[in-house]
Design a protein around this ligand. Sequence first.
Ligand code: GTP
Length: 540
Amino acid sequence: MLGRVNINLDLKKLILFLAISVTVITFLNGFYSSYQVQKQQLQSQTLKNHNAYAAKLVSATDRFLLAAQQQLAYSAKILAIQFNDANTLAQEAQRLRLQTDSFNSTVVVDKNGVVLAHSPLSLKLKGQLLESDGAKQALANKKPMISEPYISAVGNLVIVISHPIFNSQGEYLGYIGGTLYLKQKGILHDLLQVHFHKDGSYIYVIDKNRRLLYHPDVARIGEQVFGNTVIEAVLRGESGTRQLINSQNIVMLAGYAPLKSASWGIVTQRPLDATFAPLDDLMMNVLYRTLPVGLATFIFIWVLARLISKPLRQLAETAKTLDNPSTSQQLKQVRSWYYESSELRLAMLKGVGLLQNQIGLLQHEAQTDPLTGLHNRRSLELMLDQLTLQQTPFTVLAIDIDFFKRVNDEFGHDIGDIVLQSLATIIVDVTRENDFVARTGGEEFIVILPNINAKSAYQLAERLRMRVSETIIEPVGSINISIGISGWPLMQLSVEEILKQADQALYKAKKTGRNRCIIDSQFIQSDDSQFIQSELVEQE
Ligand SMILES: Nc1nc2c(ncn2[C@@H]2O[C@H](COP(=O)(O)OP(=O)(O)OP(=O)(O)O)[C@@H](O)[C@H]2O)c(=O)[nH]1
């Protein structure tokens, strides 16, 4: 026997699982791919932008340094003619500082390094011998130059842009220099500071000794930085982009470019995390915007799964009770709106029709006596169950042919069968439609008479007995029958016991001469119709 497997999965769940998993996988895949693509794009775009920034700042700084050097060259020409005029020297130093705002201070120095004029006057440098690195370099080189950073005479970290002064005979007279204070507000700050963004981007300027000339963290200006791949690259004269980990261990996206007018490099960079932060927000936004459509898709799939699975589910439920007479009706009510379910329903309808015909046939055969067409013992049992269940009172007639053996012996078994068939016809004829007639043994018959009292039952039995004895059955002639009568309910007796009581009454009828009807004595006493069949009682 095949065991019944308890399966909780059904078509609706399977369709839902399939559709939702495909949707979720597709969505996650799309989401992840677009996140990765956008991340890459953002990274490469940020690198490009920073490289472009660096190049732009380099160009602006180059222009500034060139302009500063041109201003100094022009002043040097003027001063070469009037180098001995202290007033001219002082005025030119003042003009140079104030007119262009290029320098934090200006100084005119003679060939020995002594300050002849300066601006602002508050520095009080006039007549002092400058011994700083920048001053010494300028005197030694006798060429236009940009110094390395150094601590000035008044204690500032500075660089000096200087231009030599030669007289008309080509004799070196000294130099004019403009100073940029690296740690204070000045033209370099103005040029670069605007690019210090709140999003974590910043720039710095490095000189050939890897010393910071500009940095948003002023405290770091003047600091030397080693082991930084971007600084090494820009100092090699390269321009480009790079991802690196900075001195604070932060991953940075950097663009860099070298200056033409000085051995400096400009680096602009931004933390990788800050670069991707807007992308995270963007993706969350995408997620939120996708949610309503996702929800609508889920509901759509759910409804569709229900619609697809419903007819198959109904067909499966109906298949459990194919033997039920209402199955055909249930199948007709299933709305099979697509091909497979419709074909399945048709096939089931055909199958159910065939099955129920077969069942009907088998049931009929199983409950019918083939010789007489009457009910058989099985059918009788079902009928009795039904009556007791419904509490319907009934009377039992147990009928047996007298000396039937002789009929068989004399006329043969086939004629005996004809006699049995004839008796069946008479019993059916005498009883009513609601009465139940069964052949329960060879020549034994049981008649069940619902809702009838002992008197009426006895009268019917008598009528039947007489009718049988009056009927001529060719070639046998007439036969007689004996009848035992009992009824239910009777003194708490079971149906089986009632049948036995009827059998015993029949036995008495046989023993007391046959061709008679005897009512079970207990059944007579229970009958309230005051019917007493004295003759039969006496014969007991
Ligand atoms: N023709 C035919 N005879 C059957 C059938 N079933 C049983 N018989 C016969 O019925 C006869 C019953 O005989 P018995 O039980 O001795 O009873 P009886 O001869 O009727 O005598 P009493 O019942 O005592 O009057 C036997 O000869 C069986 O062979 C059947 O289906 N067809």
